[in-house]
Design a protein around this ligand. Structure first.
Ligand SMILES: Cc1ncc(C[n+]2csc(CCOP(=O)(O)OP(=O)(O)O)c2C)c(N)n1
Ligand code: SF4
Length: 281
């Protein structure tokens, strides 16, 4: 049966009842609506995981990428068609584990994509193994004696690495999260939101109660990067809101061969690949 919401497919979300992914999904579709975007103006690239299953529930353009690989096709889509708003949906395992190289290098280039990281500090679809953001000492299926490594700090990494927009939201704070997603999608350049997402089935440490005791709203924008960076290092409390936003040209606006015309707009009528191949052989 057709869904009356123009952004939604006929498939209902299959996440565990109470999963933080529901809050993120609601905020995302609210943001699309408030921005008054037509589904044909939206390209969503999802990774593999519980977060990545979002692909099935949307009726925008959707590309379901391999695990850890959602960001390169998202950047590619923007380079090919500058008119699309491109959103990548990915877990902490995919983004900060397998895909960490893409995360670092695409933000350096200020590729114009919005990256929503469903950060539940676990590899959840595969039933709760340690991920790069699992706190040290926590026992998981893959670390039965407790995690040995220190956790990766995604916001500190983004700030140190020239991300032009970085924010944190809490999955269950739909109002604030919707506003932050609107700002991220409206930002020209790489926008990251690290989303604190309770996985109620496998994460028995970072529970909803655990988050409620720590999450608070950042009051003002930071005056400089140093102040923002200091805040990212806090572990006693977890601030939500925009940590940093700056204006600089996006990758496709600086690229000589693309800045005046997106790939899809280029005339390929007179391009003869046969001639080129003949020259090579
Ligand atoms: C290259 C590769 N490695 C491992 C897997 C198996 N796998 C599928 S989903 C998943 C866990 C996903 O965790 P995360 O990216 O954090 O997303 P979440 O499920 O927590 O939303 C893994 C390990 C895979 N599909 N491909
Ligand atoms: S396993 Fe965790 S992240 Fe996946 S749907 Fe269930 S609660 Fe959500």
């Amino acid at each position: 049966m057709e869904n009356s919401n123009k952004y939604l497919s006929h498939i209902k979300p299959t996440w565990c009842p109470g999963c933080g992914n529901f809050g993120i999904f609601t905020s995302l579709k609210n943001a699309f609506k408030k921005l008054d975007l037509d589904p044909s103006e939206l390209a969503v690239v999802t990774d593999v995981g519980c977060s990545g299953n979002t692909a099935d529930f949307l009726k925008t353009y959707v590309f379901h990428a391999l695990h850890g690989r959602a960001l390169p096709p998202a950047a590619g889509i923007k380079l090919a068609n500058h008119k699309l708003k491109v959103v990548a949906i990915i877990g902490d395992g995919g983004c900060y584990g397998e895909g960490l190289g893409h995360y670092i290098n695409l933000m350096r280039g200020n590729h114009d994509i919005t990256v929503l990281v469903h950060d539940n500090s676990l590899y959840s679809l595969t039933t709760g193994q340690t991920s790069p953001t699992t706190p040290k000492g926590i026992k998981t299926k893959s670390s039965p004696n407790g995690v040995i490594e220190e956790p990766l700090n995604p916001l500190a990494l983004a700030l140190a690495n020239s991300a032009s927009f970085c924010a944190r939201t809490y999955a269950l704070d739909i109002k604030d999260q919707t506003n932050t997603i609107i700002k991220a999608i409206s930002h020209s350049g790489f926008s990251l939101i690290d989303i604190l997402q309770p996985c109620i089935t496998f994460n028995k440490t970072q529970t909803i109660k655990w988050y409620q005791e720590r999450v608070y709203k950042l009051k003002n924008r930071f005056k400089n990067k140093e102040e923002a960076f200091k805040e990212t290092l806090r572990t006693d409390k977890l601030g939500t809101g925009i940590f940093w936003q700056e204006k600089r040209p996006a990758y496709h606006q600086e690229c000589q061969t693309l800045k005046n015309e997106a790939l899809v707009a280029k005339n390929i009528k007179n391009i003869n690949l046969g001639e080129l191949i003949d020259k090579l052989v």
